[in-house]
Design a protein around this ligand. Structure first.
Ligand SMILES: Nc1nc2c(ncn2[C@@H]2O[C@H](COP(=O)(O)OP(=O)(O)OP(=O)(O)O)[C@@H](O)[C@H]2O)c(=O)[nH]1
Ligand SMILES: [Mg+2]
Length: 203
């Protein structure tokens, strides 16, 4: 099947979270011997180019991600990271393609079939929409979907005004729903219990 050319799409993977619920760095949790961050980066490289990883801990991840990925150092003026919205904005400055796929690093069920289904939808996003994201009962799934790189202006303005919430920022913007036929790919591994469920399914 023909998919969208990788040169049209960049990817940003967020790997600067505290993993406080998990109690250890989620990016390094292994699935079939491969750390989650590495798995996500490998998967997305077939569809997006370049792939950026934004994190304050470049040295921690250098050995696990391929040389084709760009590790971007997140700046933390206050000494603390400021959450995924700020991480996204810092990485988005580097993006030159029209679209960018934003992904959390803790999506162990993401699959190539989902990528292919999603990419086909990008051709049908209305011009005014700044993002194409899965929807759930309470709002959008902001860390697993597509953004137009031109949204940086609106994003910077929101952050300068003190905003840090993806859901709040998205309320001010036109978003199109991304159709996801298999919702299990959106499974987010946040807690030791989530990990136990995952390990059971691996067996
Ligand atoms: N670059 C960057 N990524 C972040 C930041 N905060 C969260 N993330 C990433 O965003 C994604 C979703 O994060 P969450 O699972 O909601 O939160 P977390 O901080 O990793 O974990 P908790 O401390 O348990 O909430 C993960 O890929 C995180 O690594 C941040 O400040 N900077
Ligand atoms: Mg999470």
């Amino acid at each position: 099947m023909e998919t969208t050319l990788p040169t049209r799409l960049s990817a940003i993977i967020l790997a600067g979270g505290k993993s406080s619920r998990m109690g250890k760095d989620k990016a390094l949790i292994e699935m079939q011997g491969v750390p989650l961050l590495q798995r996500t980066a490998n998967l997305v490289q077939g569809y997006a180019n370049p792939v950026y990883i934004i994190t304050p801990w470049i040295e921690r991840y250098q050995r696990i991600v391929s040389a084709n990925c760009y590790l971007l150092r997140e700046t933390c003026p206050s000494g603390e990271t400021q959450g995924p919205l700020v991480g996204f904005a810092q990485a988005l400055v580097h993006v030159k393609t029209e679209w960018v796929l934003l992904l959390a690093c803790d999506l162990p069920n993401l699959k190539t079939v989902a990528m292919e289904e999603w990419l086909l939808q990008l051709d049908h996003v209305y011009d005014k929409k700044v993002a194409c994201l899965p929807r759930h009962e309470k709002g959008w799934e902001p860390l697993c979907g597509f953004y137009r790189s031109s949204c940086l202006t609106s994003l910077d303005r929101f952050i300068e005004g003190g905003g840090r919430s993806f859901q709040q920022w998205l309320q001010f913007n036109c978003v199109q729903e991304l159709f996801v036929s298999d919702r299990s790919v959106l499974f987010n591994c946040n807690t030791p219990l989530d990990l136990t469920h995952l390990r059971c399914r691996e067996k």
